[in-house]
Design a protein around this ligand. Structure first.
Ligand code: ADP
Length: 290
């Protein structure tokens, strides 16, 4: 069984702020770091650091060599990453003194996926392989349809939520991973239990992970609902908390770990990520988590 993550690769420009800007405000930042990120790359790194060998597929711009290097350093296969003349996908991230963040996203090369490229990538995969997706690349609906036709197991982090997801046939997804906001955007429900109930009604074929920030996480499958608390840390930067949880929880499923153990490992990994600055750079390795 092979694992493919078809997703974004971004350069993250992270600014340290006293507080997150309000409309009309000008504020000097206290510093800036540049990190490799993107939900796609973050989740690939989390999977790789959790011990899973995988392929990342996506597109990068001319300034994206550092993204390739980061993949290789993490043992992620780069044969399906294509370089094109468009600018790289990037973000401008503000982080306040409490570790809260807000993110401006520019899609760049991540929005230049063609159907031909998607076909070429998926040609190398087959029934039973895992296809992990987020909503930071274009042609998501096409990729879901094609992956499903092949019999791949589709895992979707519907983030960030927008109209592109309405065009997707989500009945083809076998596992959703989302936070409370995305849960609300998909179901129209605010309470965690109500979100899971709606997910079960609409997508009875699928499991669902609902992360609740400092309130932990819930997981639902045909055997029931599982609850997971957090591991207390000083929050420095919550960027990539959800991506870390996603990568680690999926790794536990791939390895056939009991659900509660997998949730616990994912919560430990994301607590470590929250305690450090940056996105990809903050994702811990398996030895550290254990
Ligand atoms: P996202 O980053 O997608 O918004 P969440 O904020 O829900 O995701 O966080 C994902 C997971 O990260 C949570 O389920 C929890 O395990 C962990 N986490 C988030 N915030 C904290 C925190 N302040 N302390 C410890 N763990 C946290």
């Amino acid at each position: 069984m092979k694992v493919l993550n078809f997703g974004s690769l971004n350069l993250d420009y992270v600014y340290q702020m006293q507080h997150i800007l309000i409309p009309g405000e000008t504020q000097a930042s206290k510093g800036r770091d540049i990190f490799c990120g993107g939900k796609g790359l973050n989740q690939s790194i989390a999977l790789a650091r959790a011990g899973i060998s995988l392929y990342h597929a996506g597109m990068i711009g001319a300034e994206g060599d550092i993204l390739l290097k980061t993949c290789r350093e993490n043992g992620i296969s780069t044969e399906f990453i294509r370089k094109i003349p468009d600018p790289c996908g990037h973000t401008v991230i503000q982080v306040d003194e409490d570790g809260q963040n807000c993110i401006l996203l520019f899609g760049g090369a991540n929005r230049s996926i063609t159907r031909e490229f998607a076909d070429e990538v998926l040609d190398s995969f087959e029934k039973g392989d895992i296809l992990l997706l987020q909503n930071e690349i274009n042609e998501l609906d096409y990729i879901i349809d094609k992956g499903y036709e092949k019999g791949m197991r589709i895992i979707l982090n519907p983030s960030p939520y927008d109209d592109a997801l309405d065009a997707c046939d989500l009945t083809k997804v076998s596992l959703f991973l989302m936070n409370e906001i995305e849960g609300y955007q998909i179901t129209g429900e605010k309470e965690p239990e109500a979100i899971l109930k709606k997910m079960k009604e609409r997508y009875p074929q699928a499991g669902a992970v609902l992360t609740l920030g400092a309130d932990g996480a819930l997981y639902q499958d045909e055997t029931g609902i599982y609850q997971q608390g957090i591991f207390k840390v000083k929050a420095v930067d919550t960027t990539a908390a959800g991506d870390t949880f996603t990568g680690y929880f999926i790794s536990s499923l791939i390895e056939g770990m009991p659900v509660q153990k997998g949730l616990e490992m994912a919560a430990k990994a994301s607590a470590i990520a929250v305690s450090r600055p940056g996105a990809a750079a903050s994702i811990p390795r398996r030895e550290e988590v254990l």
